[in-house]
Design a protein. Structure first.
Length: 503
């Protein structure tokens, strides 16, 4: 029994088990005839679909060979048309019985949508004007034993698209575009940093200490050493050791693991870029992030304007830079600098503007931060650098010389989303040790996201680290913005998924 309708894909009225049986029978017949497609090891591809379309005038009449997947077939008499899809897109294949070996043509008529074939022929334009390839040989390179989703609806179920990314990439061009943009973005940022004298390095994924961020780690066990180890939650502390060692400008693009909740902006494993530059500060780090994101948009998309989360965003260089206290005052009217250092007054001020302080240590800095977090952050639509964070929420940042309650730290926001986190790095080993102690106390009291004491890092600082600017940002979220997508799962090829129920 043949599949009923080859003009689209597997006809929905057919029983799936029957389709699977038919396809396996076709494979068995080919194998018994000594034509097993899975024994073919290579095919010489000279051109791709989009290349032929772009250079059609120069290629018309030329011999070409293409490899790709059959996405449709039309006309099953002595003349057949099909759409071949390769990495660049689709092109029409014109097959005519009297222009091919007759047995070759008859075999081709039995091929299914989804089969991977190699085509040799000439570039030409049909009577209707469509750029095509006139087939002389069509070779089955791989048999598709599963039918593709129905043509006009494709693979629409988002969860199924994430679980079966391979089918999603076949059926949905926008998914493929997202990952092309992601690849171009990573290439752009590497070029940007390399041209400015940064060295790309690699640091451990496994460590006896989880540090560099406030996050819950994944724990594993090293059998040979018989110790628990943590999958890294940041690359910061190892990269700053390299600054101590004199490397001066380093960066790492790497996978990070945090044992936390999942939503449209968070996945348990994700990719970051962290970079550190000696002899610069917070301002230098703002220039770098602005340069990377605005430059990537211009280079990849051809414009500084992107549409994301229902907003038109202007990434043109010259982003707004404002202190946290000023941003809070602008939005809520609460002036925390007027009560600086007065914890009781600051907490009362925060509560007066509707901030929930339950479960938060009642300090001036925490009151300021919670007011920003709950009342201001979501309103930062256009690119904005928020600077001068309280010490309490910035255990690795250098204190401001002008104000010991604040640190030289920024976070960049677009559409209410954090896009980067940067410091003038703390290089005072005594101050760092005291901050680690406070973090360790929080951890001992049940805060499993607090930093651990890292005595070796403190020892490294005792050898001397120059004034340094540091920056970390998420590749996934930056790609979300450039692609205009609202879920991190749309830009991670294989996102973490809850196991499917067997019941």
């Amino acid at each position: 029994m043949a599949e009923k309708n080859q003009s689209n894909t597997a006809a929905p009225e057919q029983d799936l088990s029957e389709i699977l049986r038919v396809r396996r029978e076709k494979l068995k017949t080919l194998q018994e005839a000594g034509r097993n497609p899975f024994e073919i090891t290579t095919f010489d591809v000279s051109h791709h679909a989009q290349e032929i379309k772009d250079d059609f005038d120069a290629l018309e009449g030329s011999a070409v060979s293409l490899g790709g997947r059959l996405m449709s077939k039309r006309g099953m008499g002595k003349v057949s048309f099909c759409d071949l899809q390769d990495r660049s897109g689709r092109i029409q294949i014109y097959a005519r019985q009297d222009e091919m070996d007759e047995e070759d043509y008859q075999r081709f008529k039995k091929y299914d949508i989804g089969d991977i074939v190699g085509v040799k022929g000439e570039v030409f334009r049909t009577q209707r004007g469509e750029m095509s390839v006139r087939a002389r040989e069509i070779t089955l390179l791989s048999k598709s034993l599963q039918p593709l989703p129905e043509k006009f609806h494709g693979l629409q179920d988002k969860e199924l698209r994430y679980r079966q990314r391979y089918v999603d990439l076949i059926m949905n061009p926008e998914s493929k575009r997202n990952f092309e943009i992601r690849s171009k973005f990573v290439a752009y940022l590497r070029n940007y940093l390399n041209e400015r004298g940064f060295m790309e390095v690699e640091t451990p994924v496994l460590s006896p200490i989880a540090g560099g961020a406030n996050a819950r780690p994944f724990i594993t066990h090293h059998n040979a050493l018989d110790i628990d180890m943590y999958m890294r939650i940041a690359t910061e502390l190892h990269l700053k050791r390299l600054i101590v060692g004199g490397m001066e400008r380093v960066y790492e693009v790497g996978r990070i693991f945090r044992n936390e909740g999942m939503d449209t902006k968070h996945n348990p494993e994700f990719t970051t870029c962290e970079l550190y530059q000696a002899f610069t500060n917070l301002d230098g780090m703002m220039d770098i992030l602005e340069g990377i994101l605005s430059g990537a948009a211009k280079e990849i998309l051809g414009t500084y304007r992107v549409n994301w989360l229902g907003n038109e965003i202007d990434l043109t260089p010259g982003w707004r830079r404002v202190t946290m206290a000023d941003a809070v005052r602008e939005v809520t009217g609460a002036d925390f600098m007027a009560v600086e250092g007065d914890a009781e007054a600051a907490v009362a001020l925060a509560k007066r503007v509707g901030v929930d302080m339950d479960g938060v240590e009642l300090t001036w800095g925490n009151a300021l931060y919670e007011t920003f977090d709950q009342k201001v952050e979501e309103k930062l639509i256009q690119p904005t650098f928020i600077t001068m964070y309280p010490v309490e929420v910035s255990p690795l940042a250098k204190r401001s010389p002008a104000d010991p309650h604040l640190t030289e730290r920024y976070e960049a926001f677009v559409c209410g989303c954090e896009m980067g986190n940067a410091f003038s790095e703390l290089n005072d080993p005594i101050d760092q040790y005291e901050r680690f102690k406070k973090q360790a106390e929080k951890r001992a009291n049940g805060d499993d996201e607090a930093d651990m004491m890292d005595e070796d890092f403190v020892l490294a600082l005792e050898y001397g680290m120059p004034p340094t600017g540091g920056l970390g940002f998420g590749i996934d979220r930056c790609t979300m913005m450039l692609c205009g997508t609202d879920s991190i799962r749309d830009v991670i090829l294989f996102p973490t998924m809850k196991p499917e129920s067997n019941g």
